[in-house]
Design a protein. Structure first.
Length: 118
């Protein structure tokens, strides 16, 4: 089993920055890709950014140029640096990790609230 614990959410003014962290523990050698999803009220959960085991990244169009996902493999931690935040970025942000065994379900953190005030 893998446990994911997020930190770093909060309230920020539009144009500000936040950095989210997600630390993995447990069977960390089972982890493949890691990343971040978000869910705003009354909306579906959506991919924000992800990073593969070999460092390739993928971003939602809405955050390209503003958000950066990085990964510290030694610490089993993934980060999301969010700059130039907009009110529409307000959501609960969830850390996500895929298991190296495709048939196994992914792992999720408990979520951290990000609120951007206009």
């Amino acid at each position: 089993q893998v446990q994911l614990v997020e930190s770093g959410g909060g309230l920020v003014q539009a144009g500000g920055s936040l950095r989210l962290s997600c630390a993995a523990s447990g069977s960390i050698f089972n982890i493949e890709d890691m990343g971040w999803y978000r869910q705003a009220p009354e909306k579906q959960r959506e991919l924000v950014a992800e990073i593969t085991n070999d460092g390739r990244t993928n971003y939602a169009d809405s955050v390209k140029g503003r958000f950066t996902v990085t990964r510290d493999y030694a610490k089993s931690t993934v980060y999301l640096q969010m700059n130039n935040l907009k009110p529409e970025d307000t959501a609960v942000y969830y850390c996500h990790a895929d298991d190296i065994i495709f048939e196994r379900p992914p792992y999720w953190g408990q979520g951290t609230q990000v609120t951007v005030a206009s």
